[in-house]
Structure formats: structure tokens, C-alpha cells
Design a protein around this ligand. Structure first.
Ligand code: ZN
Ligand code: ZN
Length: 136
């Protein structure tokens, strides 16, 4: 995950109204100002203390604009014993709309990524990695 999401011009920090957001959390999509984000090797995380671990140890396995589809995926990978975490950038009003970042990301532990991919391919869906390869 080497994305570096930059917020649109004029986006405010979700924690400090009036402060310009300098980055978007690579995990949850929260727009945050320079006081609220931490730059790590693989991306940027917001002030939520849990997101650093997610960025370092988990990987996006699936991304969708459809919360219905994501629900279905999460249920299927969990049936297979793979724990997942789901983050929707819709939680932040600043990113609502036609923004391509208006998505739901499903993360699984890096060690379980391959297993989650097998579940996805059994469902006839491509994982986030496949999508990246297709668009390259
Ligand atoms: Zn975050
Ligand atoms: Zn802030």
C-alpha cells in the first residue's frame, strides 16, 4: 500500500475546524492536519492510535464503493476464519460525494492476505492487488 492520498484544496482537518488538512489517513480516509497525522514508511496515519498497527501489519484486501458488497466479503472471509477490519471514508463528511476516495476498504492481516484472496476468488471477485495490476 503505497498510496498517498492528498485531500482536496480547502478540506479541513476532521479534528480541528479551520485547520487545513494536509493528508488523508491511509487506513480510515480521515482528512487530518499536520498536527494530527504521522508519516510512516507505508503511508500516513491519523491520530487514531490503532491505525499505525493496521498500516504496518494489515493490508487492504478489498476495496469497494458498495457497502453491501463489503458486508458480503467480510462475512465470507470471517467464515473462513480470517479476521478483517473495514474502514469507510464516508465516515468523514469532507470526503462524501463523487470523490473516488469515497470507498470502503477491507483490511486483513498481511499473514492472512493470501487466504483472503482465495476466498475472494472463490466468490468470483478480484482482490485489491489484482485491481492495481489491472490498472497498471
Ligand atoms: Zn485513521
Ligand atoms: Zn488537526
Amino acid at each position: 500500500m503505497n498510496e498517498r492520498f492528498l485531500p482536496d484544496q480547502g478540506t479541513e482537518c476532521a479534528n480541528h475546524s479551520g485547520a487545513a488538512a494536509g493528508a488523508i489517513c491511509s487506513v480510515c480516509g480521515k482528512p487530518v492536519c499536520a498536527d494530527c497525522f504521522v508519516q510512516l514508511g507505508p503511508g500516513i496515519v491519523c491520530d487514531d492510535p490503532g491505525h499505525k498497527i493496521v498500516l504496518e501489519e494489515w493490508a487492504i484486501t478489498f476495496r469497494s464503493r458498495s457497502e453491501f458488497e463489503v458486508d458480503m466479503i467480510v462475512r465470507n472471509v470471517e467464515n473462513d476464519g480470517v479476521e478483517s477490519k473495514m474502514f469507510s471514508s464516508r465516515a468523514f463528511k469532507q470526503t462524501i460525494g463523487a470523490d473516488p476516495r469515497d470507498v470502503v476498504n477491507v483490511f486483513v492481516r498481511r499473514s492472512e492476505h493470501q487466504r483472503a484472496e482465495q476466498v475472494l476468488s472463490a466468490l468470483g471477485l478480484s482482490s485489491f492487488d489484482d485491481e492495481i495490476q489491472k490498472s497498471n
